[in-house]
Design a protein around this ligand. Structure first.
Ligand SMILES: Cc1ncc(C[n+]2csc(CCOP(=O)(O)OP(=O)(O)O)c2C)c(N)n1
Ligand SMILES: [Mg+2]
Length: 622
């Protein structure tokens, strides 16, 4: 079959399927793209031809920002449990490098996305091109080499003959749960347009079975022995529980044994908030219930978690001197962390294979049940605050959304507050990107969630800082007829980093959106920025709310409307945080300083630092 490299790529991608548990679905559901001279006549032409032939072959979505398109694709993949994703095509130069942040986000979060940046001519006939990077020390470096460290697979198709192996390798990595992340295949712009005779088999319906790695019997047996010997075991459930569909198996195991569960950001949803063994969030933004239990746990069973610093409170959450770890993960890099007993396995397969005749001590059960009830009362009080605090905003959205609706967030003070306070009722109801915590993910991610789950309402909670960084995909949502409800929390700057700065002695320096005054500092009046008007100018229906009643009415109306809505709410950055639970996060403070604030913060820092553990003691046979 004689096709260009770009036409062959589109045709190949349309024929790739994943299969797990006997169900098949398209791997590449469509292609986001922004065209420039690098891809307009290559991949652009191929996508046009595909759309005219059959609109279902490779649905194309025009985005507004390349980074945002990757966020949308990643959000889509997360909702689809990594079985489906999108491709993203860009031009060369800035269009391509705009995607580097999105690539890192995908790789950090272990989520598949296929990036197809254009590249400078392979034959160099017109070099140097518009937007070409010329480095004096190497003839074959382009800006796209910046994708290498943030991609799980990187390739560049210099010749048509290389295409089949590049595409097959790309599919292998996208569909391998232990390997997956950003996959980048660069297409020099001349190669995209080059014709070649392809074997028909290249375009055959191809199925990639997504593995459920089975635990080694000895690993499983020893994990069971460790559990049987534990007095105060605690499960840390991460994103891997949801991706493997292990929620029911986890619930059954917890109910049978009485072992309680703390949830990471990606793991929220592993159990519903009101499950008897669910202690909610764990770590730096954890609940008092989960963190109190963590402090004395003698066995931590991490399932599908990467153990980020937020999860371990920078290695202070698990304080028992002889704490052991059992780590169940498809990815070896995660399974071996904290010198734990590494069980390389799919979460669901592991839980279903695990048979332990074990039940926790009734006193332990009573203790965590009491702590959990106390925390739930704390949440209710925060939801019901008299003032329109951020916690009250979160409470109103939680109370008035349907259990299956999805809350989306990524950066600022809200992810921590949501981790503590959001009462998750559905495995997919909580979508906070906290692997990369990337400002600007929120609206683009919300679009990806809406694309993946048209039967759920999407609530995007976004701060003014994140909104200003990337609100662009509101326009794409309108274009695609996708409904998103955006709750924009305007507090005139960075409440999160402001509070962090203050606690570290840096006096909220550079975190407020204010005029520069004659003092030379940013200490003037608030800037007259009207983000509600900004959103309205992009075509969004906008509601401004100033009270709890108005907020509730706006949420109810937004739920009832088939269209998107942006709800604009002003909050006070100084009076908004969720209840403090005293957990730590390691952010180093200047060791010497002329400022009293910094010196005193350093003393506090040194005290916390002393509690940090290396977690190097091997978990051995008991
Ligand atoms: C792209 C990016 N740049 C910088 C940061 C560091 N950062 C984390 S939160 C934050 C401020 C967020 O402000 P806003 O969205 O208004 O939320 P608020 O803190 O006010 O709740 C910054 C600068 C980041 N996470 N992502
Ligand atoms: Mg803000």
């Amino acid at each position: 079959m004689r096709l260009t490299v770009a036409q062959a790529t589109v045709r190949f991608l349309a024929a790739q399927y994943t299969e797990r548990d006997g169900v098949q679905q398209r791997l590449i559901a469509g292609c986001f793209g922004i065209f420039g001279h690098g891809n307009v006549a290559g991949l652009g032409q191929a996508l046009l031809q595909a759309e005219l032939d059959d609109p279902e072959q490779m649905p194309y979505v025009l985005g507004r920002n390349e980074q945002a398109m990757v966020h949308s694709a990643v959000a889509y993949a997360r909702m689809k449990d990594r079985l489906q994703t999108y491709a993203v095509t860009t031009s060369i130069g800035p269009g391509a490098t705009n995607m580097v942040t999105g690539a890192a986000l995908a790789t950090v979060n272990r989520l598949p996305v296929l990036l197809l940046p254009a590249d400078t001519f392979a034959d160099r006939s017109a070099a140097p091109l518009l937007q070409e990077l010329e480095v004096p020390w190497s003839g074959d470096v382009t800006v796209n080499d910046a994708f290498r460290p943030v991609s799980k697979y990187f390739d560049r198709v210099h010749r048509p003959e290389q295409l089949p192996s590049a595409l097959l390798s790309a599919m292998r990595v996208l569909t391998d749960p232990a390997e997956t992340g950003a996959v980048t295949v660069c297409f020099p712009q001349d190669v995209q347009a080059q014709a070649h005779d392809w074997p028909d088999e290249l375009f055959a319906h191809r199925v990639w079975r997504v593995a459920r790695p089975v635990p080694e019997p000895a690993d499983l047996a020893h994990a069971a022995a460790l559990i049987r010997n534990a007095r105060r075991p605690l499960i840390v459930a991460g994103g891997g529980v949801g991706y493997s569909g292990a929620n029911d198996a986890l619930a059954a195991f917890c109910e049978a044994t009485g072992i309680p569960v703390g949830l990471t950001q990606a793991g929220k949803g592993a159990l519903p908030f009101d499950h008897e063994q669910c202690l909610g969030a764990i770590g730096s933004t954890g609940t008092t219930a989960a963190n109190t239990i963590a402090a004395e746990a003698d066995l931590v069973i991490g399932i599908g978690t990467r153990y980020s610093d937020f999860t371990t409170a920078s290695r202070t959450a698990f304080a028992a001197p002889d704490v052991d770890f059992v780590n169940v993960n498809v990815a070896p890099i995660d399974a071996v962390k904290h010198a734990g007993w590494a069980v390389r396995a799919d979460a669901r397969t592991f839980l279903e294979a695990l048979t332990v005749d074990y039940a926790v001590d009734p006193a332990y059960r009573a203790e965590y049940t009491r702590l959990d009830a106390e925390w739930n009362a704390t949440v209710r009080a925060a939801y019901d605050a008299d003032e329109l605090t951020q916690s009250a905003v979160i409470g109103a959205v939680n109370d008035l959304s349907d259990p299956r609706d999805v809350v989306v967030c990524a950066a600022g003070s809200m992810p921590g507050d949501l981790h503590k306070l959001w009462q998750t009722r559905d495995p997919k109801g909580y979508h906070v990107e906290y692997g990369y915590s990337c400002m600007g993910y929120e609206i683009a991610g919300g679009l990806g969630v809406a694309l993946a789950c048209p039967d759920r309402d999407v609530f995007v909670l976004v701060g003014d800082g994140s909104y200003l960084m990337m609100a662009t995909e509101l326009v794409t949502a309108l274009q695609e007829g996708l409904k998103v409800v955006v709750v924009l929390v305007q507090n005139h700057g960075f409440a999160s980093i402001g509070a962090l700065s203050e606690s570290l002695g840096s006096q909220r320096f550079g975190t407020r959106y204010r005029y520069r005054t004659k003092t030379g500092r940013l200490d003037g009046d608030l800037l007259p920025v009207d983000l509600a008007a900004n959103a309205a100018s992009l075509g969004m229906p906008v509601v401004r709310v100033a009270s709890r009643e108005e907020l509730e009415a706006a949420i109810t109306a937004a739920k009832a409307s088939p269209a998107s809505t942006l709800i604009h709410v002003e909050t006070d950055p100084f009076a908004n945080g969720a209840p403090d639970t005293g957990a730590w996060w390691d952010v180093p403070v200047s060791e010497v300083s002329t400022l009293d604030s910094t010196r005193s913060a350093y003393e506090t820092y040194a005290e916390h630092k002393a509690a940090q553990r290396p977690f190097l003691r091997p978990t051995e046979a008991s």
